[in-house]
Design a binder for this molecule. Sequence first.
Ligand SMILES: [Fe+2]
Ligand SMILES: [Fe+2]
Length: 183
Amino acid sequence: MASISDRMRDALNGQIGAEIHSSHLYLAMSAYFQSLDLAGSAHWMRVQAAEENVHVQKLFDFVVERGGRVILDAIARPPAEWESPQACFEAALEHERMISGRINNLINLARQDGDHASESFLRWFVDEQVEEEASVDRIIKMFRIGGGQPVALLMLDRELAARVLSPAAVAAVTASAAPQQGA
Ligand SMILES: [Fe+2]
Ligand SMILES: [Fe+2]
């Protein structure tokens, strides 16, 4: 199979940067929730950051597998404060919608290049984005139902504490922790 085109390689490198920035942003959100003593929300954001690192690794491996060179860029500084816990999750949703738009653009590029391998690979991200947007949207709805009441906020925070890493994230963490055979 032919290597990826230069423009697809550059676009995927751009997406690696966007996913690293996503992880950075969610870690900043986690720190924000820690500062409010909302440990469950902080945990949820930390898991989210770990999931974004899995996206980074998937893209990284794909670029290498297709004969491309990974080039990393600087990471933009994320905000440190948000208006409220709800506003923070709303910012997360807005961010995920932006990422979904980027994935759509990547698929359009793959189609223009007749690059079926990249299109097939990127399909996983399409499904992942649907899931991520839906889960953040659900949380925002719960905030709305809670109407800013402290009791509702504490109950929601307790629920968010239960989030676990996806099997893919667990596998990625385990794989990177395993010693390399024969290396
Ligand atoms: Fe992502
Ligand atoms: Fe995401």
